[in-house]
Write a protein that binds this ligand. Structure first.
Ligand code: 5GP
Ligand code: ZN
Length: 143
């Protein structure tokens, strides 16, 4: 469940240093070395898993509970005004480290960070309905 070429697996093993915020048997939360905002924390499974669709339900539950814990801790401990939680799947989505991770990023009034959220539109309602039908065709029978 560990990948010798993976930076995050090396961090879990203690072969690379990190500043730990929270740890249990399955999950590690540590400081991102390149914070979008100071306090930016990563939450990862200790096992080498990627992408999100490969995580067993129980471990995903553990992960999202720790994400919630870190959100609360940043609000309380850093007095954050808000929090972004993001997670990328695939290089095209901006993922650099191919070991599942959630970014938990504290936000402050006047922190001057702006996401490049470039909202677009559909040509028609029919186009949007068609894309929704494609997504529905990919849904598993059970969730
Ligand atoms: P991604 O772009 O894959 O979603 O995010 C990877 C994150 O890992 C980046 O925010 C980057 O700053 C962080 N990161 C990369 N290498 C290291 C490292 O060696 N130590 C720590 N603490 N964070 C890292
Ligand atoms: Zn890994």
């Amino acid at each position: 469940m560990s990948n010798g070429d993976c930076i995050f697996c090396k961090i879990v093993a203690g072969d690379l240093p990190c500043t730990r915020v929270y740890e249990d048997d399955d999950v590690l939360a540590f400081m991102d070395i390149g914070p979008i905002i100071k306090g930016h924390t990563l939450v990862i499974p200790k096992a080498h898993i990627d992408p999100l669709t490969n995580v067993p339900d129980e471990l995903l539950s553990r992960l999202i509970l720790v994400v919630r814990k870190i959100v609360g801790a940043q609000m309380k401990g850093l007095d954050a005004d808000g929090i972004n939680v993001t997670q990328a799947n695939g290089a095209v989505a901006g993922q650099v480290v191919p070991h599942l991770h959630f970014h938990v990023i504290p936000r402050f009034e006047n922190d001057k960070h702006h996401w490049n959220w470039n909202a677009k539109s559909y040509d028609s309602t029919d186009e949007m309905e068609g894309v929704a039908a494609q997504i529905r065709s990919g849904l598993p029978l059970e969730i």
